[in-house]
Design a protein. Structure first.
Length: 464
């Protein structure tokens, strides 16, 4: 029987309904029968998909978009205090609900798996959603990206399992009470909200403290931050801690990752037995994400062999090394990577799959604060490419910071021996890439902003 829609959320209004996290919650509520409405800054395929589910979606933000009978207003941390719809809610006494609280309510009465970590959350959540669905368990899920299959970032399922991406950026993952939690890695990021690694550790410790008694924490054994966190929570004896990775002391030990073009074959040692399965995306880090998903599913009682086979059904998430197409013998691939660790991992994965071909990167830095803190490391990561073009910083929710520009990244890249150039005009990129690329090359559009829109334009220019 489907969980009931909370009374306060039966006619919700979402400000920024087109966002990855917000749209997912809106979709699930609509599928459960709520009368969903909301607004977004611009028209999008997501807005169209929500309308197909019966939601009312306004373009632009205005007080009159807030319906008279709205029972709550749902916001994310990106919504500014001066938003006219938020101001109208305050004037009319309509409750304002943070996105994380809304998602937590959707998990009530179910068996939640919450996937956390500085990197890899979307991929790992997606692997679990696809695998559980392939096994006929009909899970609900809320993911920070669109799956290649079944084609959505969220769904209400009839099964008892709810798989959710747990975002640490604004500490919103403290709201969830999972039966199984995954922590993939712990690194310093989101500098506007965290001043130090100690604050990061404290935040993840709070998240671990939310795991239900008798539940399970699946945590990386190889990544230094994750190991430090495991030591810090060693006094918690009411949960099971399962480690995974290549470390000799890992509970689920990765013995081998064998590249097979744009796929990988993974062998793990589990309970004294070896298990080999296929991951349909390239790279060691994606293989480790799959092993984390495997361990989490086993913690819910799913047989390992069945789950491993089902994980092979996963074909990717949009923007996570997504092949956009090929033209003139050049493959164009889109990457969401925007933190140096992610950039390095994706470039190493593509380098491993490139079989000697050149790798060209169009990189768009994301956020002034991240560039200020990690620009040097971003530049060093670009040294893994054969040549790179760096765009201006995508500001997202931030205002400019004096002195913080893409030049920080370019200078570091040059110092690391990279072939790199700046390009301030995004519209010029298709011509720039066409002038650089030759048959056999792989072009990677990389970043969390609107650089993703360049893939089709680059392909069209190459075809011409």
């Amino acid at each position: 029987m489907a969980p009931a829609v909370p009374t306060t959320m039966d006619r919700p209004h979402f400000i920024g309904i087109g966002g990855a996290g917000m749209s997912g919650i809106a979709k699930i509520l609509a599928q459960r029968g709520a009368q969903v409405a909301g607004s977004d800054a611009k028209e999008s395929a997501t807005a169209a998909a929500l309308r197909e589910l019966g939601a009312t979606v306004h373009i632009g933000h205005a007080a009159e978009h807030l319906a008279a009978d709205a029972t709550c207003v749902v916001v994310s941390s990106a919504i500014r205090a001066d938003n006219p719809e938020l101001a109208a809610a305050a004037e009319r006494g309509i409750p304002v609900v943070h996105r994380s609280d809304a998602l937590a309510r959707l998990m009530d009465g179910l068996r939640p798996i919450a996937v956390a970590g500085t990197h890899g959350k979307t991929t790992t959540t997606s692997m679990l959603a696809v695998a559980l669905d392939a096994l006929g368990l009909d899970p609900s899920y809320a993911i920070g990206g669109d799956l290649d299959a079944p084609g959505s970032n969220a769904r209400h399922g009839a099964g008892e399992i709810f798989v959710a991406e747990a975002d640490e950026s604004d500490r919103s993952f403290h709201k969830y009470a999972p039966e199984v939690a995954i922590i993939l890695n712990v690194e310093l990021d989101h500098h506007a909200n965290y001043a130090s690694m100690d604050e990061i550790y404290e935040s993840f410790e709070t998240f671990v403290g939310r795991i239900r008694p008798g539940g399970t924490l699946v945590v990386a054994a190889d990544q230094p931050g994750a190991r430090e966190l495991t030591e810090r929570i060693s006094g918690r004896h009411d949960i099971e801690v399962v480690t995974y990775g290549e470390a000799e002391d890992a509970d689920v030990r990765v013995l081998k990752v064998t590249p097979r073009g744009l796929t990988s074959e993974v062998t793990v040692l589990l309970g004294g037995k070896m298990l080999t399965f296929t991951v349909s995306v390239p790279g060691r880090h994606y293989a480790h994400n799959a092993v984390a998903a495997l361990a989490a599913g086993i913690a819910l009682g799913i047989p390992a062999h069945n789950l491993a086979s089902a994980i092979g059904k996963y074909t990717g998430v949009k923007r996570r090394l997504q092949l956009k197409g090929e033209a003139a013998g050049v493959q164009v691939i889109d990457s969401y990577a925007h933190h140096p660790t992610e950039m390095t991992a994706d470039l190493e994965a593509i380098r491993g799959a490139a079989a000697g071909s050149r790798v060209l990167v169009v990189f768009q830095p994301h956020l002034f604060s991240r560039t200020q803190e990690l620009g040097t490391e971003m530049g060093q990561a670009l040294a893994l490419a054969d040549a790179s073009v760096v765009l201006d910083i995508y500001p997202a929710r931030e205002d400019p910071v004096p002195g913080v520009t893409s030049a920080l990244i370019i200078d570091a890249a040059v110092a690391a021996g990279a072939d790199v150039r700046a390009e301030h005009d995004m519209a010029a990129i298709p011509d720039v890439v066409a002038g650089m690329a030759r048959p056999g090359d792989l072009v990677l559009t990389m970043g969390a902003g609107d650089v993703t829109d360049l893939g089709p334009k680059i392909l069209a220019r190459l075809e011409s």
